[in-house]
Write a protein that binds this ligand. Structure first.
Ligand code: GLY
Length: 415
């Protein structure tokens, strides 16, 4: 079959790579993709995300499965559009995607099925933030309701920081309509954990646990990013696994049923583990980036079959490679995350690869003669090995194959 992947980041190249390995897949198309995805995908870089041209692509390219990578396309309802053409889609409906596009929707969903999460108050103005804040103490979390590219969360340590953050949201409107409403939330101190659940809306399979590194610099300092690296599997105690399944995963699936939310895809649950107890920080309605890059290599089997079965509302059994670990180290542009410098030539051997180490292209562009930086997170250096340490060592060795002026990389992924 031919498969269409929507998106153009490192996560989407990881999806392309996994699908291209399937004996059941003739051709992967990526829309828009980027030059670095070739030859595993044919990239439809000039095609707009527009109904008539998508209908034409489905027909002329004989597409039998669509896999949607990023949240934006899900929130815009493209999965519903493909389904209306009777094409199986891996990705939830627009209605269900509100779990990611509205933090308030997600909180009401959680409270309807008793999922552990921090207490909160809805706020709409600087005044309402300051009026509500005495009940929360400090630090306190102020969170934009809508999608803000991972930048909509402020952790405020005193009244001055809180007032400044509230002004950015409600007066400067830095996130536009995504910041018209917000939540003031109890701060939880603990360890973050990413949980990914494949679901058809009534049954589920939990993927191996993954660890993401969100801060720009080592020792978790600096600004928040989309993620500077990841590894999987992240082994946690059996007790905690059980606790996550019974107090978070099962009620989340119950919630999908209770609220009639159509969900054929992956549910990404961002947790904070406090004293061995999980609290849900957020839901996302797609794979994490870079978590997908370290989860996809772990399957013993065929991702095309898995995605198709979920898209058709079935859920095939999954098995995972024994003693296999994957790590990802992000190579980011100078100025990331606030103002990445683009157009900088990438030196070195970008095509260096084996089945155990390779690059994925997240923000590169091909000119006539070379690759240049074209985004914040530019390349993902991937290492796969028989131990966590071996996979990390391979990812860092891969990273040494390229460089450019101002390149940023955390040296402590895996610690
Ligand atoms: N790695 C965080 C995210 O994908 O949202």
């Amino acid at each position: 079959m031919n498969v269409l992947v929507l998106g153009k980041g490192g996560r989407e190249q990881a999806l392309v790579r996994a699908l291209a390995q399937s004996p059941n897949v003739q051709q992967v198309f990526a829309l828009p993709g980027r030059a670095g995805f070739e030859p595993q995908a044919v990239c439809l870089t000039d095609q707009a995300l527009e109904k008539d041209s998508l209908k034409e692509i489905i027909k002329t390219k004989n597409i039998k499965l669509v896999v949607i990578g990023p949240e934006k396309e899900l929130v815009e309802g493209w999965s519903d559009f493909f389904r209306s053409l009777n094409i199986p889609v891996f990705g939830p409906s627009r209605e269900a995607s509100q779990l990611e596009s509205s933090k308030l929707f997600a909180k009401h969903f959680m409270s309807s099925v008793d999922i552990p999460t921090s207490g909160f108050k809805e706020v709409h103005s600087v005044e309402s933030v300051l009026n509500a804040s005495p009940r929360f103490g400090f630090p306190v979390v102020l969170k934009a309701d809508g999608l803000a590219a991972g930048k909509g969360v402020f952790i405020c340590h005193n009244k001055k920081e809180l007032e400044e953050s509230a002004k950015l949201l409600f007066e400067k409107k830095i996130f536009g309509s995504a910041g018209e409403k917000a939540l003031l939330e109890v701060f939880q101190k603990g360890e973050e954990l990413s949980v990914f659940v494949l679901t058809n809306g009534s049954n589920y399979k939990i993927l191996p646990f993954a660890r993401d590194y969100k801060k720009l610099k080592d020792n978790n300092i600096g600004p928040n990013t989309g993620g500077m690296g990841a590894f999987a599997p992240h082994n946690i105690s059996e007790n905690l696994q059980k606790n996550i399944e019974t107090t978070v995963v099962q009620p989340s699936i119950e919630g999908l049923k209770k609220h009639n939310l159509f969900y054929h895809g992956v549910l990404y649950i961002g947790l904070m583990i406090v004293d061995q107890k999980p609290f849900v920080l957020e839901y996302n309605v797609r794979f994490g980036d870079p978590e997908a890059q370290v989860l996809l290599p772990l399957l013993e089997g065929d991702w095309a079959e898995v995605f198709l079965s979920v898209a058709q509302g079935k859920l095939s059994d999954l098995s995972w490679k024994k003693n296999t670990f994957a790590s990802c180290v992000i190579l980011a542009a100078e100025g990331y995350p606030s103002k990445p410098v683009t157009g900088v030539p990438i030196q070195g051997n970008i095509g260096f690869e084996s089945s155990h180490f390779y690059f994925l292209h997240a923000g590169t562009k091909k000119t006539n003669t070379e690759y240049v930086t074209d985004g914040g997170r530019v390349l993902n250096a991937i290492g796969v090995g028989n131990s966590k340490e071996e996979s990390i060592q391979r990812a860092y060795k891969q990273a040494t194959q390229v460089s450019w002026p101002g390149m940023q990389m955390r040296p402590d992924i895996g610690n």
